[in-house]
Design a protein around this ligand. Structure first.
Ligand code: GRF
Length: 207
């Protein structure tokens, strides 16, 4: 296959883990040809840890307080991922900035999902930002992770309309449906290979 990469994922989470679940479900239903080597959380109470264990996936909690700074923490995460021979890292609600050790260990091999149509509404509370800005269309984005927050090459996007009577909750729920659809799709695209990065652009090679 065209530069296909090994199909072993590591998923980093901090909370609920519904995107993790969408990846697990896609694998179980054979819509995504991959396996999850390990799930890592920076929070002990992340519900995603239980979701992983329920699916028979190793789940590791790494407490940031046990490390002196971000780089030593990131190196510990890299060690866990390397030990499970992970080839693609998926951030799924991981509420930490990704530092140099992780980026260098997985160049163009880290994906993130963000609940807006980037580059609009980076950072926290993207759904609230969109609602308060008054946009009529927002959405979800899966992108490759670079050193800048929510800024890397865009792999897949999905639009979601904003309705007059939306609240942050109703809008977030509608966006989440699209997140769960496009994340497995983006992972498959990355794993299949046949793409390159051209400046800011993620470009699929025509076959
Ligand atoms: C999602 O909205 C994702 O886009 C954002 O954080 C949220 C995580 O939700 N990065 P979950 O933990 O996957 O349910």
């Amino acid at each position: 296959m065209r530069n296909a990469i090994p199909r072993r994922l590591g998923v980093l989470i901090s909370g609920r883990g519904s995107n993790l679940q969408s990846i697990v479900t896609a694998i179980q239903s054979q819509r995504l040809d991959a396996s999850i080597g390990v799930v890592v959380s920076n929070r002990a109470d992340a519900h995603g840890l239980a979701r992983a264990r329920d699916a028979g996936i190793e789940a590791v909690y790494l407490n940031p307080r046990d490390y002196s700074n971000r780089d030593t923490y990131d190196r510990a995460v890299v060690d866990v991922l390397h030990a499970r021979e992970v080839s693609l890292v998926c951030l799924a609600g991981f509420m930490r900035l990704v530092g140099r050790p992780l980026l260098d260990a997985f160049p163009n091999r880290i994906l993130n999902i963000h609940p807006s149509l980037l580059p609009a509404f980076r950072g926290l509370d993207a759904q609230r930002q969109a609602l308060e800005h008054g946009v009529r269309i927002t959405g979800a984005t899966v992108h490759l992770v670079t050193a800048d927050l929510d800024d890397g090459p865009i792999v897949v996007q999905a639009p979601v309309p904003v309705f007059d009577d939306d609240t942050v909750e109703t809008l977030s729920a509608r966006i989440l449906v699209e997140e769960h659809r496009i994340y497995p799709e983006a992972i498959a695209t990355i794993l299949d290979g046949g793409w390159r990065i051209d400046g800011r652009r993620f470009v699929r090679r025509s076959s």
